[in-house]
Design a protein around this ligand. Structure first.
Ligand SMILES: *Cc1c(COP(=O)(O)O)cnc(C)c1O
Length: 465
């Protein structure tokens, strides 16, 4: 499998190359040259199989021959077949109502769905750096969950140093502590005086500074890294096959920020999964919902909400989606992204927007409704859910439950957003036993102005240049 950049000008790479590169050198994002499809028999055979086995079938065509089958199987078993995820089903389905379900994606080490991709990515980094005898500097920005999941995936890994930016004072205490209490020398937490979009812009600017990028061997763990999207395709397959795919269709509602998780659902659909609709569930940071409604992708202000992991106005992975909507036209995307950099706005063509509407629906859910959903669900069923999932559950109501099972992706454990859960439901979720002492652990992090030079100086010093 070969990978091309959404902007059409970067070097074509294999899976190993894109995993280590993260962002493409022309500023674009890597995507597979073509999307592999799985036939009905292969999909039918997934029902009831262990998660790691389904993962092999889904992931193998993307990995190509960069990892021998036996090694890939071993890595998948190590990630999804043992003690990393604390639930035997790895991604269990829970029924909430007639034909209404949540897919719990929070049984990993940091209690959010990002563990699914990052635990695997950490193992890929180890594998490829050992093979090449190379060191990596990982730079990421987090609105909360990416940071802890990436740190957990990289801590203690020999050839990897991770720098993680978070917007100071804008992540929950559990999220911050999950990052800042990891004190391994290969982990550097940085609190930036700014928003998540500022952090993401610092990361992008560092990647676009090719001299700096080469000097420190920079790699991305944000969902701009293709391997993350790829790993997230798997749970659409395990869940849809539990509902009888390929012979029965399923719809998903996905709490959305950077468009990575839902884009993985789109790829699953392209691969042959009978996914009826994908609902883009957003909080009041609703750039994606507005895009689908109006055809115009235009940046607004970032608002702090009860679901902070979705407090994002610029969704990196949407560039991958636009690439598909444009008929995989790299030069069109290059023009779009240049327009966006100049004006903060992209106007999609009628053909592009109607293609998107054939697959996606979208709904924005405000904080008041989010709290009401958490409270009502707890009263009606006893189920306690986190605010991101609540946004998804509310948005799933757009779907016709008679047409297909409605599945909302539950992206975080309620304890990660304990205050919001407590004030909506009166119930204070408890930390699982492996994290019970989180509030007693020592924290360590650097503070930094929203300034690219200060960031690069810090990293250069860290890698000894
Ligand atoms: C990251 C995150 C999201 C958003 O996922 P994207 O792939 O960025 O769209 C939603 N919910 C939670 C809890 C998250 O951590």
């Amino acid at each position: 499998m070969k990978y091309v950049s959404t902007r059409g000008e970067a070097e074509i790479l294999d899976f190993e190359g894109v995993t280590l590169a993260g962002l493409a050198r022309d500023g674009g994002l890597y995507v597979p040259e073509s999307i592999p499809s799985l036939d009905a028999e292969t999909i039918r055979a997934m029902a009831g199989k262990p998660y790691a086995d389904v993962a092999f079938t889904v992931i193998k065509p993307f990995v190509g021959d960069t990892i021998p089958d036996a090694d890939l199987r071993a890595m998948l078993k190590d990630t999804y077949g043992g003690a990393v995820f604390r639930h035997d089903a790895v991604a269990p389905l829970v029924q909430l109502g007639a034909n209404e379900w949540v897919l719990e994606l929070f049984h990993g080490p940091t209690l959010a769905f990002k563990d699914f991709a990052l635990q695997l990515l950490g193992r890929f980094f180890d594998y490829f750096t050992a093979k090449r005898g190379q060191k990596l500097t990982i730079l990421g920005a987090t609105s909360g969950d990416t940071g802890s999941a990436a740190i957990e995936a990289c801590r203690g890994r020999e050839n990897v140093t991770i720098y993680m930016l978070h917007p100071k004072g804008r992540v929950s205490e559990v999220q911050r502590r999950q990052m800042t209490t990891v004190l391994e020398p290969n982990v550097v937490n940085i609190a930036v005086d700014g928003t998540f979009d500022d952090c993401q812009a610092l990361v992008k600017a560092s990647f676009n500074d090719l001299k700096f990028r080469d000097e420190v061997g920079l790699t991305a763990v944000n969902s701009i890294n293709w391997a993350r999207v790829m790993a997230q395709i798997v749970y659409y397959f395990t869940s849809a096959s539990a509902f009888g795919a390929p012979d029965r269709s399923v719809s998903y509602s996905v709490p959305t920020g950077n468009f990575g998780d839902i884009y993985a659902g789109f790829i699953a659909r392209e691969m042959g999964m009978p996914i009826d609709k994908l609902v883009i569930a957003t909080n009041s940071n609703d750039i994606l919902a507005r895009t689908l409604q109006t055809g115009s992708y235009s940046k607004g202000d970032v608002h702090a909400t009860l679901s902070p992991s979705m407090d994002i106005q610029v969704s990196s992975n949407f560039e991958r989606m636009m690439f598909d909507l444009s008929g995989r036209n790299g030069s069109a995307i290059k023009t779009y992204m240049a327009d966006f950099a100049d004006t903060g706005k992209i106007t999609l063509s009628d053909a592009e927007i109607s293609k998107a509407r054939a697959v996606f629906e979208a709904k924005q859910v405000d904080d008041k409704t989010t709290s009401e959903v958490m409270a009502h669900l707890q009263q009606a069923t006893g189920y306690v859910t986190d605010p991101h999932t609540a946004v998804g559950i509310e948005a799933s109501k757009l779907l016709n439950a008679d047409a297909a099972p409605r599945v909302t992706l539950s992206t975080a454990h309620p304890v990660k957003f304990g205050e919001a859960v407590q004030s909506a439901t009166g119930i204070s979720p408890e930390l699982p036993s492996h994290m019970a002492d989180l509030y007693d652990r020592e924290e360590g992090y650097a503070e930094l102005a929203n300034d690219i030079t200060a960031l690069q100086t810090l990293i250069l010093k860290g890698v000894g240049q």
